[in-house]
Design a protein. Structure first.
Length: 557
């Protein structure tokens, strides 16, 4: 029965892998071109491929695209998940956020602090840095986030070309397949000698501990209603390892309680597991033509300073060599004058070439949002005073264009990363003890990175313009100010600029304070109104009119 189950599982895995390979093959040629033209050292498309050859950069005559990609990578790192500044904040959803007791807020802040500490102590930030490079070049990156007994969490970033992705038909990535080389020692230490193939066991017995074998790994969401399909302890995310040479014998069948796949995409559409665009794709044509332009410029300058020459015949006979420094041998009768001289005068339009090159470089920088990401990258410098508001004011149009990209990062990268970190910290029992008051309260994650705040800061201008126009209009029609809700405007403003909610009173507290203030004002007004009456009564009581008390006369009347 077990063998049959293994055969069925092997068939399921093969079908899933074949579907992933088929989709990847559609993009593979394009990805190879992106690598070769822009960043030759990023990406491997064969498990046995070696990229250590010094010739990998020989095609790159102008590295503008590579430098722009580096700026984008640094800008996303500092603008979305900076290790040196907060980029997410834990809170409560809905109305509970304003009414939460102090104890709950303190617990959320402590949990948040510990999560930052765990991330900094692991390799998460190194993984994110590399992931942003893949995102800018290929439009898609991938990493696994798993539990680690030493660092709580551990990230395993995959190289583009060595992993495959699968979606659920609705645009959500639910499967990842990868191949890797592992030494015999690593295989045995990871899964035990009893679980390996006969070949690995023979290598172990012969002492060939560093002989490598191909290992396959599939992570996939368990099929609903099929408890035996790719599952372990009924965990929703299955994880299966096997040797490539033994597809029906599995090294390990395990699972994950939370989503382990981080697969952000620059532009995701339904039915496509891979991003359909990226800055690298947008700049590919210009990056390729830039290499040609630089080559033409170099040849033109060479021909101008070291032109091909013509002269007397050589022993081997006449020939024509039209390269810089080349010699064209000619018969003496064909020469109008003696001696060596240029075959033709070369007067290339170097200035025109330079202008064309500069325009091409500018388009590449635009494709990679270089000016925007240069601003966010400088925010890592402690001397920089750059703010989200300043970024929004200078690059509002670019931020609006990046909106869908940042939204995709939130859902496909940051959210699963935070959820996995939270879950594994709970399993490691290093989360602060939750107060009773938090029971049943929904927890939310708010992103407060530099770029997230810059996106929100775009709305600040709209608020300010609305209030400013209302103030101008009020000079003609004062009643227009009745339309403004100052409380809502201030809360919206604080949310846009990332102001801490704790500095604003909750609606209930605000109502109490205003009622107390109104009651105090009414009491003061009553006291103030009573003072003239008391003074008048005193004067009347002390005054006599013709010897008769004024009060008594008043009563006689």
């Amino acid at each position: 029965m077990a063998a049959k189950r293994d055969e069925m599982l092997a068939k399921t895995l093969r079908n899933r892998r074949d579907a992933m390979n088929q989709e990847f093959n559609y993009w593979q040629g394009h990805f190879r071109e992106l690598r070769d033209v822009i960043q030759p050292s990023r990406g491997r498309f064969e498990i046995s491929e070696r990229r250590g050859d010094s010739s990998i950069n020989r095609r790159i005559l102008d590295d503008t695209a590579k430098m722009a990609l580096r700026t984008l990578r640094a800008g996303l790192m500092s603008g979305v998940t900076s290790p040196s500044r907060p980029w997410f904040r834990l809170g409560l959803r809905g109305s509970e956020a304003d009414s939460a007791v102090y104890e709950v807020k303190e617990w959320l802040q402590e949990a948040q602090r510990r999560m930052y500490e765990v991330m900094r102590g692991s390799n998460v930030y190194r993984m994110l840095d590399g992931l942003y490079g893949d995102l800018g070049l290929y439009g898609t990156g991938s990493s696994l986030i798993v539990q680690d007994f030493e660092d709580v969490i551990r990230a395993h970033k995959q190289q583009v070309g060595l992993f495959r992705l699968g979606d659920d038909g609705s645009g959500r990535i639910t499967g990842l397949y990868r191949e890797m080389k592992m030494s015999v020692r690593g295989i045995v230490e990871t899964w035990g000698l009893d679980n390996v193939s006969d070949q690995v066991r023979r290598d172990w017995d012969q002492g060939s501990y560093y002989q490598t074998h191909d290992i396959c790994h599939m992570v996939d969401k368990r099929a609903d209603g099929d408890p035996e399909a790719m599952t372990s302890a009924r965990r929703p995310w299955a994880s299966v390892y096997w040797e490539k040479s033994k597809e029906s014998e599995f090294l390990h069948i395990g699972g994950h309680r939370v989503r382990p796949i981080l697969a952000p995409r620059w532009e995701a559409i339904d039915g496509e597991a891979w991003s359909v665009s990226s800055p690298g794709m947008d700049a590919l044509g210009d990056a390729a033509s830039l290499q040609t332009l630089q080559e033409q410029k170099a040849i033109a300058i060479q021909k101008m300073h070291n032109p091909p020459l013509q002269g007397g015949p050589m022993a081997a006979g006449s020939f024509f060599k039209n390269v810089p420094g080349g010699l064209t041998a000619m018969a003496a009768s064909d020469l109008n004058a003696g001696g060596l001289r240029p075959v033709y005068e070369v007067r290339p339009d170097i200035q025109g070439l330079l202008l064309d090159i500069q325009e091409t470089q500018r388009r590449i920088d635009v494709a990679f949002y270089k000016d925007l990401f240069q601003m966010t990258a400088t925010a890592l410098d402690g001397r920089s005073q750059i703010t989200a508001r300043e970024i929004a004011e200078r690059h509002e149009e670019k931020l609006m264009a990046l909106g869908p990209v940042l939204e995709s990062l939130d859902h496909e990268l940051l959210q699963p990363l935070i959820e996995a970190t939270w879950a594994y910290m709970q399993e490691a029992d290093i989360m602060p003890e939750a107060p009773d008051a938090v029971a049943g309260m929904p927890i939310k994650v708010e992103y407060i990175s530099l770029l997230a705040q810059a996106q929100k800061a775009i709305g600040v201008g709209a608020i300010e313009r609305t209030i400013g126009f209302a103030g101008t209009l009020a000079q003609v029609s004062p009643e227009v100010l009745d339309m403004l809700d100052g409380d809502k405007a201030l809360r919206e403003f604080a949310d846009y600029v990332g102001g801490p909610p704790s500095i604003l009173h909750s609606p209930e507290e605000l109502e109490k304070r205003r009622k107390a203030k109104a009651d105090a004002a009414a009491q003061a007004q009553a006291v103030e109104a009573a003072e003239p009456m008391a003074g008048a009564a005193k004067l009347l009581s002390e005054a006599n009119l013709n010897g008769i008390d004024a009060l008594q006369r008043g009563s006689a009347l």
